[in-house]
Structure formats: C-alpha cells, structure tokens
Design a protein around this ligand. Structure first.
Ligand SMILES: NC(=O)c1ccc[n+]([C@@H]2O[C@H](COP(=O)([O-])OP(=O)(O)OC[C@H]3O[C@@H](n4cnc5c(N)ncnc54)[C@H](OP(=O)(O)O)[C@@H]3O)[C@@H](O)[C@H]2O)c1
Length: 208
C-alpha cells in the first residue's frame, strides 16, 4: 500500500512512518523542515512544504492509496490545522483518493462526555483555544465525501508500542489517562488498511 503522511516530524507521525515501512508499505511525507528527518529508506519519499499549500499537498498525494493526517501544533495558530486539512481533503478529492485517517483530539464532537469531570474541566480551561481549530478541522473532514475515520486520542506520551489500549466511540478517559505515540501510530496504521463500512467514523483511543 502507498501511504501519504502529513505530520511526519511529530512523535506519532515518525512512528507511523517507521511502522509502515517495517510492514513493507511505501510512504510519502510532506514536512516543513526536511533537515530534521534522518530516516533514509528506499520506500520512503520526502517532500518539503507546508500542508496549507495545495501544490505541495497534491505532489505528496499523487498515486497514493490512503492518507494519514497527523497535523498538530504545540501552540495553536489561528486556522492553520483546519486550513491544511481542507487543502488535503480537496487534493484527495481531485486525485480520487478516498481513505483518510485523521488524528484529532479526544473531547471533540460527541466525545465531549468521554472525559471524566476533572479532565473535562482541564480541557475546557487550558486547551480551549486549540480545540476551536480542531473542531473546525473535524467539520472539514465530516463534510467531505471521503471515507474518513477521526481518531481522537487522550493525552499522548513517548514510549514503546505496548498494544495495550482501548479504542471505540464510547471509550472513557481521566486526567491521568495516557497513550504512547507508538500505540497511536499502530492504531492509525491498522485503520488505514480498513474501510469504514458500517463502523464508527470517530473513535477515541486511550491507553490502559
Ligand atoms: N500531545 C497530546 O497529548 C495530544 C493529545 C491528543 C491529541 N493530540 C494530537 O495527536 C496528534 C499527534 O501528536 P504528536 O504529539 O505525536 O505530534 P505533534 O508534535 O503534534 O506533530 C504535529 C505535526 O504536524 C506538523 N504540522 C503542523 N502544521 C503543519 C503545516 N502547516 N504543514 C506541515 N506540517 C505541519 C508538524 O510539523 P513541524 O515539525 O514542522 O512543526 C508535526 O510534524 C496531533 O494531531 C496532536 O494534536 C495530541
């Protein structure tokens, strides 16, 4: 399978690229700063550019089977993530690529009650600004005609793949819940290899 990855310099994106290559897939990625990517692999093609730039995005998507969107910003910047996601969705539609797995954030949409009250308060007080653009991002995806899955993780930590996590629309999390980026990447890779069919299109993922 040929996979396009947006967000390949983040912890989850890096792990996804490594796991996908280890499974024999071909990977293309668009990154803003290629110098930080040290991975070299015959099945891995790196492009330089911003995911808000439709020309750059189109190049990365050319000929792929599926797309992983793992964009994020430590400090929210206006509508960067939703704008970039719109660019990706448009490029996918134009190229006839249907399958999109996008990592967003637990607490959005119908997952707002999946957090316990303390975690919910934390998200409302400290993460409100970033959540606004992530809600817009989800709207862009859900109003697209793509075969999408929204993957909404709880708090992420670095660490090895454990395969000990729960995924589902009703999975719950508290303030101490955490998920390794390697486990999240593994889940995204599994999702890329399925179609949604009648399954849930928005899934929470929480480490156990
Ligand atoms: N941290 C948490 O606890 C937590 C909790 C729930 C959900 N999430 C979400 O989970 C996902 C993975 O998180 P993570 O911590 O592993 O990764 P991350 O550090 O948030 O990485 C985000 C990636 O997005 C890229 N990016 C942002 N804007 C871009 C643009 N305009 N064009 C191209 N690339 C762009 C970044 O590139 P640069 O290297 O160039 O900046 C980076 O590769 C993210 O969507 C994050 O928001 C995180």
């Amino acid at each position: 399978m040929k996979i396009a990855v947006f967000g390949a310099t983040g912890g989850t994106g890096r792990s996804l690229v490594e796991q996908a290559l280890a499974q024999g897939h071909q990977v293309t990625a668009l990154v803003r700063h290629p110098a930080v990517v040290h991975l070299r692999h015959p099945q891995f093609t790196l492009f330089e550019g911003d995911a808000q730039d439709s020309r750059a995005v189109t190049k990365v998507i050319d000929g792929v089977d599926v797309v992983a969107c793992i964009l994020g910003l430590a400090k929210p910047q206006g509508t960067v993530i939703s704008d970039a996601t719109r660019t990706i969705c448009q490029a996918m539609n134009e190229a006839g690529v249907r399958r999109l797995v996008a990592v967003t954030v637990m607490g959005l949409g119908d997952s707002k009650d999946n957090f316990d009250p303390v975690a919910k308060l934390f998200v409302r007080v400290f993460l409100k600004k970033g959540m606004e653009d992530r809600a817009r991002q989800e709207e862009v995806i859900t109003s697209s005609r793509l075969d999408y899955t929204l993957v909404r993780p709880s708090r992420l930590v670095d660490g090895a793949k454990t395969d000990r996590y729960s995924a589902g629309a009703d999975v719950r999390a508290g303030i101490s819940s955490k998920l390794t980026r390697a486990d999240l990447a593994s889940y995204v890779l599994q999702q890329l290899q399925t179609t949604t069919g009648s399954g849930a299109r928005a899934v929470c993922v929480v480490g156990s």
